[in-house]
Structures are given as structure tokens and as C-alpha cells.
Design a protein around this ligand. Structure first.
Ligand code: UDP
Ligand code: MG
Length: 170
């Protein structure tokens, strides 16, 4: 069954120049990249992305981490991988959440670390279920930024959407 999954190369991955390496590892899956961009991570986006962890003691530090404040890299690379069993394949290559417990040849096992503040700096994010992937992809990408039709969309006329401001090329 074809699935989509959101991958983020987190600020530590960018700072350690691991982008090429991570994309090469992910290419082993033979999945298709159907969306990709560099993105700044606003506080609101970060908090929505990690809403399931908001009660955790490390939440504030986690928000600082994903926003790039720990690495002086105020961006992440966001991608959508699509194809057969995409979530399991990408999670397997990424390794488990705690980089010290992750398989040593996995991406997190190879490049992750635990900070003195106790946050797992584990280089990549990978959605862990279809529901999570759907929520996250809709949060990070607009429908027109994804080159396959993943989820239902609606069209909004400018009248209905008059508060909306968008920057366009001059
Ligand atoms: N995290 C952490 N300590 C924990 C659990 C999670 O620092 O005990 C961080 C880690 O960076 C992780 C992110 O919070 O990747 C999201 O946690 P989740 O449980 O969703 O793990 P994931 O899906 O990323 O493997
Ligand atoms: Mg997760």
C-alpha cells in the first residue's frame, strides 16, 4: 500500500552537513520524493508539530531545538516520501528515537546525540503513522507544493479568503 511520510532534516543534521548523506541513505528505500523545501520554523509551527509532547519536561528545549536555536541554523529541510510501506521503511532507516539506543548503522544511531539538557538530537524526523503523516504533511506543505494528490482539497475564492496575504514574485 502506498503511503506518504514527512521527513525533516533537523537543524543538527543541517549544521553537521548531513543533508546529502541522509538523502543518499533514504534513496535506498526506492521511494519517490513528492515534495521538498527548506523551511523556517515559527514558534507556532514547532508547537503544532510537537503538540503530542506539550506536557513533557523537555518540551521547551525541544521547541528551541527544532527552531534551530541550539545550532544557529534557523531552518529545516522538509520532504515528503511516497510509496510502498513508506513509513516503516523510513523509520527503520532513521532508527529509534533515543540515538543511544538506535541501531548503530541507522541515521540516528550514526549521527545523533543526547544533549546535557536531555534532549535527543537525532538529526531527522519521520512520521510514525498514517494519521500522523497526514496531520504533519498538511501542516508543513500546501497542496500545490506536493506533486501527487494525497488528501482532499478545497478551492477558496479570494472573497472568502480576504484576510489572506501572499507574497508573489515581482
Ligand atoms: N524527544 C526527546 N526526549 C524524549 C522523547 C523525545 O528529546 O524522551 C525528542 C526527540 O528529538 C524526538 C522528538 O522529541 O525525535 C519527538 O518525539 P517522538 O516521541 O515523537 O519521537 P520520534 O517520532 O521523533 O521518534
Ligand atoms: Mg514522533
Amino acid at each position: 500500500m502506498n503511503q506518504a511520510t514527512l521527513i525533516l532534516i533537523k537543524p543538527d543534521g543541517l549544521k553537521k552537513s548531513l543533508t546529502g548523506n541522509i538523502l543518499t541513505r533514504l534513496s535506498e528505500t526506492k521511494l519517490e520524493i513528492v515534495a521538498a523545501k527548506m523551511a523556517r520554523v515559527s514558534e507556532s509551527l514547532a508547537k503544532k508539530h510537537y503538540q503530542h509532547l506539550k506536557e513533557k519536561p523537555f518540551f521547551n528545549e525541544l521547541i528551541r531545538y527544532i527552531r534551530g536555536e541550539l545550532h544557529d541554523r534557523y531552518k529545516v529541510m522538509a520532504l515528503v516520501y511516497w510509496g510502498e510501506n513508506a513509513i516503516h521503511k523510513c523509520r527503520e532507516l532513521a532508527g529509534t528515537t533515543n540515538p543511544e539506543e538506535a541501531e548503530s548503522t541507522s541515521i540516528r544511531g550514526s549521527y545523533g546525540r543526547i544533549t546535557t539538557a536531555g534532549v535527543y538530537e537525532n538529526v531527522v524526523h519521520v512520521s510514525s503513522s498514517e494519521d500522523e503523516a497526514k496531520r504533519e504533511i498538511k501542516l508543513w506543505f500546501k497542496p500545490d507544493e506536493v506533486i501527487v494528490d494525497l488528501y482532499p482539497v478545497k478551492e477558496i475564492t479570494e472573497k472568502e479568503y480576504k484576510e489572506h496575504k501572499e507574497r508573489v514574485w515581482l
